[in-house]
Design a protein around this ligand. Structure first.
Ligand code: ASP
Ligand code: MG
Length: 411
């Protein structure tokens, strides 16, 4: 008998028909003898609708009241799913975040979970009932309702699974797993049977938006096996777990990319202590996140400094940089909001030389100019012009044979 936490996203509970379908799946799992906790999101579009409603009354709604409003989306689905389970003869009980006692800090709209009290849930599970928990919401130490940030139901599911020491946390969604890359760009992309937490974090943060990043961090920290599967299609999905020795055979697990990048360069600044700080200090103070950074010393002893930011922040970053440039008497400031980042991700990279050169060779063969490069233990990223994104990702997918199932025992 296993203890399984299943999470169903907004599309999976998007209408009454779908809620009944989810109920069938949950009941089937229980009929296998497992104990089941279900975490649900609001019906698709509902959180956006509630947000718009709040903004139609107050352009900048009070965060506390906004959370009271947003939390209603998930309260609807826990009740409807429990009704659906009852209807098919599967005893169930619904819980809001406050009823469970999903304790969070008081950062409304982006609260962090501090603890989950599982006592009541255990009682229900022992009595043979399915427990249905509202995702995305919690309660702070003063009893105020909080929400966990967009996509937060994934994190609720992992937190509940960790607290119950569940055997697996299954995230049901509208895709059937994690792919080697986005199948819309590379039709030959292959579903991965497994991937490590570390790799998944890179894939997710680089734009393969299957799971809320925080839920993956949480799962890695508490060692909760996570599985991503489709609500609408049977299959094994993708297991996200710890690295196992066999996985070393696989060098590259996937290719992530991000279209929302922009780069900025300040040219001809003095090459002396404190310059990097003077350039990036104001950017950090403005809460603009910097991703890649490259600094080069030119022949004349001055420095060129290039960094990337999210495309949404480009205008603001450019303005700040122009101010710094005047202070530092820089020769020039330039920028390009039409760049993208492509990254090879794989824990196997650690023990294999030559991956980077194969990557660069592949891009060269396609005539793609690399504008920036950065590497970490399990990732190599390049920045290229936007127009080369599809070509680059396809060429790399082919060069690293990601469409082929790795040899037996290797992933
Ligand atoms: N309903 C919330 C959202 O749309 C939480 C979630 O779906 O995970 O962001
Ligand atoms: Mg979601």
């Amino acid at each position: 008998m296993a203890l399984i936490v299943q999470k169903y996203g907004g599309t999976s509970v998007g209408d009454p028909q779908r809620i009944l379908h989810v109920a069938e799946k949950v009941a089937a799992q229980r009929a296998r003898g497992d104990r089941v906790v279900v975490v649900v999101s609001a019906m698709s579009g509902e959180t956006d609708r509630l947000l718009a409603l709040a903004r139609s009354i107050a352009p900048r709604p009070d965060p506390r009241e906004l959370d009271v409003l947003l939390a209603t989306g998930e309260q609807v689905t826990i009740a409807l799913l429990s009704l659906a389970l009852d209807r098919i003869g599967c005893p169930a009980r619904s819980y809001t975040g406050a009823q469970v006692q999903i304790l969070t800090d008081s950062a409304f709209n982006k609260a962090r979970i501090r603890g989950v009290d599982v006592e009541r849930l255990r009682g229900d599970l022992e009595a043979g009932r399915v427990v249905v928990v509202a995702g995305f919401q919690g309660v702070d130490g003063d009893g105020r309702i909080t929400t966990l940030g967009r996509g937060g139901s994934d994190t609720t599911a992992v937190a509940v699974a960790a607290a119950l020491k569940a055997d697996e946390c299954q995230i049901y969604t509208d895709v059937d797993g994690v792919y080697t890359t986005d199948p819309r760009v590379v039709p030959q992309a292959r579903r991965l049977q497994r991937i490590t937490f570390e790799e998944m974090l890179e894939m997710a943060s680089l734009g393969s938006k299957v799971l809320q990043i925080r839920s993956v961090e949480f799962a890695g920290k508490y060692n909760v096996p996570l599985r991503v599967l489709s609500t609408f299609q049977d299959g094994e999905g993708t297991l996200i777990t710890y690295e196992d020795p066999d996985m070393e055979e696989v060098q590259i697990s996937g290719i992530a990319f991000s279209r929302d990048e922009a780069k900025l360069t300040i040219v001809g600044v003095p090459d002396e202590p404190g310059v990097a700080y003077r350039i990036l200090g104001p950017i950090g103070e403005a809460n603009i996140e910097v991703d890649m950074i490259v600094q080069n010393v030119g022949a004349d002893g001055t420095t060129d400094f290039t960094f990337t930011v999210h495309r949404n922040e480009y205008e603001r970053a450019l303005e700040l940089l122009q101010r710094v440039a005047a202070d530092l008497r820089a020769r020039d400031v330039s920028g390009d909001p039409h760049i993208v980042k492509i990254s090879l991700v794989g824990v196997g990279m650690r023990s294999h030389a030559g991956i980077a050169s194969r990557m660069f060779q592949t891009l060269a063969r396609e005539g793609i100019n690399i504008r920036m490069i950065s590497t970490s233990e399990i990732k190599i990223s390049v920045v290229v012009d936007e127009k080369y994104l599809e070509l680059g990702v396809r060429a790399l997918h082919e060069a690293f044979e990601l469409d082929r199932e790795p040899a037996a025992g290797a992933g």
